[in-house]
Design a protein. Structure first.
Length: 134
């Protein structure tokens, strides 16, 4: 019985370490989400996600310098749930509510030079693909 209790305590201890490590990772990365089958590519001016199921937030940023980029493009397709893209810079916040299988072209002319934060909010989104580029 002592051996079984020791094994159970060790399993709970290591599970706690894994949970703490994961929560620290999510806090540091600026994203907090629960997903199944999530594949994310984020290279340069392209941010792509595919997923089976996704709920929560994922974050990225773009930088405006000398009026470039002029536009942000946002393509989405998914079966159910909700997807919202929010662009934030200082006090300015704009949310984009895409339609299924649609590309939204959004002008960045109202944003100033510097960093624009991008936040994808998904609420129980299923079987989807998101492509954002600028």
């Amino acid at each position: 019985i002592g051996f079984v209790v020791t094994i159970i305590v060790m399993i709970l201890f290591f599970a706690g370490i894994i949970v703490l490590s994961l929560s620290n990772y999510l806090e540091l990365s600026g994203s907090s989400y629960l997903g199944v089958g999530v594949i994310e590519n984020n290279i340069g001016d392209k941010w792509n996600l595919t997923f089976s199921s996704l709920t929560g937030e994922k974050k990225d940023r773009l930088n405006i310098k000398d009026g470039e980029p002029e536009y942000l493009y946002f393509y989405t397709e998914w079966e159910t749930g909700e997807i919202i893209l929010t662009l934030t810079q200082g006090d300015k916040e704009v949310s984009i509510y895409p339609e299924y299988m649609n590309t939204v072209t959004y002008s960045l002319k109202d944003f100033k030079e510097g960093r624009v934060n991008l936040t994808l909010k998904m609420n129980n989104a299923k079987k989807g693909k998101i492509n954002i580029w600028w």
